[in-house]
Write a protein that binds this ligand. Structure first.
Ligand code: ADP
Ligand code: MG
Length: 173
């Protein structure tokens, strides 16, 4: 089986970090929809949002998802990818969807520790910890419904990768 593997979850849950490590472990390619979008438009997420609004960004995000989808590829998706039902349906049909689940305080602590790695503007303009609680409250159920598998992402990246591989091989047996 070499279906694409989609990683979903909120900002900071480790989609990029874990995704790269998972791809290495499996000998898969790695794609990141946010990075793809930035490379193809030569603009940051923040630039796209300020020029075209979140709606314009979301449309481009759907196109990016389709463009990076390929066999034997681990795909890190933007935190809001599941907001469009079309995206969730597409990912479930094309491959396996993995939710990297972490508590809001853990996510906020990671983003506060490395703010420069995250170029996305805050959704509300309020402190990141408050925003995370709110974003997760609104999206956790959606992540959960979209995912084939839910993984505890509050462990070190190596352990998260190991759990994903175990889960996938159990599913195959
Ligand atoms: P995402 O792509 O989901 O937004 P990233 O992979 O960019 O998340 O990770 C956000 C930050 O959290 C980075 O600084 C990364 O090093 C750190 N991080 C990611 N996963 C873990 C983890 N499992 N344990 C500790 N820190 C992590
Ligand atoms: Mg990322």
């Amino acid at each position: 089986m070499s279906l694409p593997l989609y990683l979903i979850g909120a900002r900071g849950c480790g989609k990029t970090t874990v995704g790269q490590a998972l791809a290495n472990a499996l000998g898969y390619a790695f794609s990141d929809t946010d990075r793809y979008l930035q490379q193809t438009t030569q603009r940051t997420v923040a630039d796209i949002v300020s020029a075209e609004g979140w709606e314009g960004f979301r449309q481009r995000e759907t196109l990016s998802l389709k463009a990076v989808t390929a066999p034997a590829t681990v795909i890190a998706t933007g935190g809001g990818m599941v907001l469009a039902a079309e995206n969730g349906k597409f990912m479930r049909e094309q491959g396996r969807v993995i939710y990297l689940k972490a508590d809001a305080n853990v996510l906020a602590a990671r983003l506060e520790a490395y703010p420069e790695q995250d170029q996305r503007p805050t959704l509300t303009g309020r402190p990141i910890a408050d925003e995370m609680v709110e974003v997760l409250a609104a999206r956790d159920a959606l992540y959960q419904q979209t995912a084939h598998y839910v993984i505890n992402a509050m462990q070190c990246p190596d352990k998260v990768v190991e759990d994903i591989i175990t889960m996938l091989s159990l599913a195959r047996a």
